[in-house]
Design a protein around this ligand. Sequence first.
Ligand code: HPA
Length: 235
Amino acid sequence: MTIHIGAEAGQIAETVLMPGDPYRAKWAAHTFLDAPELVNETRGMLGYTGYWRGHRVTIQGSGMGMPSLSIYANELIRDYGARTLIRIGSCGAMQERVRLHDIVLAMTASSTSTPSTTLFRELSFAPCADWWLLQAAATAAHNRGAPHHVGGIYSSDTFYDERADLTEQLIRHGTLAVEMEAAELYTVAARYGARALAVLTVSDHLITGAHLDSAARERSFSDMVEIALTAAFDA
Ligand code: HPA
């Protein structure tokens, strides 16, 4: 048991999928895992441990934004021995060619700051995905015929953004999509020598303004979870 996770020692698997939404953790655990067991409900941030094709997996909600994710990632790795952490979540597309439903595999994540920024002082640390997880996820997406993109994303501290100029520069520099957690996940994983990746589904489009309705979201999310699980155990 830690400050924010109620699971007993040994109840968390070495491989953890991290959706932002705790109810998505519940849905994914009951949809994809055999014998899912509720291992955390502290603050309603649901976490489940079960089996996927015989492999032990935990699906733990991270909450929204980097400060929340940082708490869970730190405790999962440091206190429970998690070694592979894969964020599964939604993102907003920042390039025309990136379409609704597409999968974005975040090779790197830019940010204006993360909860770890104070540690680096003047250094602009470059948070990046684990190469082997990234490669395995790209192969899994290809094998499923799921349209996917691999490249840099932006981990924002705001959903309701007021910095149109910054968005413009990020688009200009080829950033694929925006979400709110990956940069800190990659940084915390690097600190502890764990592996991390963000597998994202495009739920809305910053350029066209299009967005998925909830039924369409669920269908796309299935692809993302399967790709994440396949990558975790193929890499
Ligand atoms: N901004 C930030 N996070 C997001 C978005 C967005 O447009 N879409 C999905 N996650």
